[in-house]
Design a protein around this ligand. Structure first.
Ligand code: SF4
Length: 137
């Protein structure tokens, strides 16, 4: 078996349970996508019930090899929001998409994290200003 054949051996396919995901319950995460070597698990825009713009995982079953990185990284307890459903017999996955496309996903993930960081900084700044005002009174 060649290295390429090994990389495309599909041991199972990731299943996503939206109701268990922390994005569904109102915060960003994306650990599953970050740990996916083929980017079969990628993030897509998601507007939650209270109108927050978040990103939620989506599984491309055609390129998923069932490595389990997503399941291992998922923080939800007691039930994982993403897990690998093993194939009774190994199958062959398609090749992952072009690197150019993967770079776009990495950029989206990076910008999303920067947005969260800026929100944190803004909140900290506002809290400091309020504290200064209260101390002067
Ligand atoms: S790691 Fe789990 S909780 Fe986080 S986005 Fe992926 S499925 Fe949702």
């Amino acid at each position: 078996m060649t290295v390429e054949e090994k990389q495309q051996t599909q041991m199972g396919v990731a299943k996503f349970i939206k109701e268990n995901c922390v994005v569904y319950t109102d915060t960003n995460c994306g650990a599953c996508s970050e740990h996916c070597p083929t980017k079969a698990v990628h993030m897509k825009p998601y507007l939650n019930a209270v109108g927050r713009k978040l990103v939620i995982p989506e599984v491309d079953k055609t390129i998923c090899v069932g490595g389990g990185g997503c399941e291992h990284a998922c923080p939800t307890k007691p039930f994982k929001a993403i897990y690998v459903d093993g194939n009774p017999k190994h199958k062959t996955a398609q090749k992952p998409k072009e690197k150019k496309y993967r770079w776009m996903l990495v950029r989206i993930s990076f910008l999303n994290k920067m947005g969260l960081y800026l929100k944190y900084l803004t909140r900290t700044l506002i809290a400091s200003v309020i504290q200064c005002i209260l101390e002067k009174e």
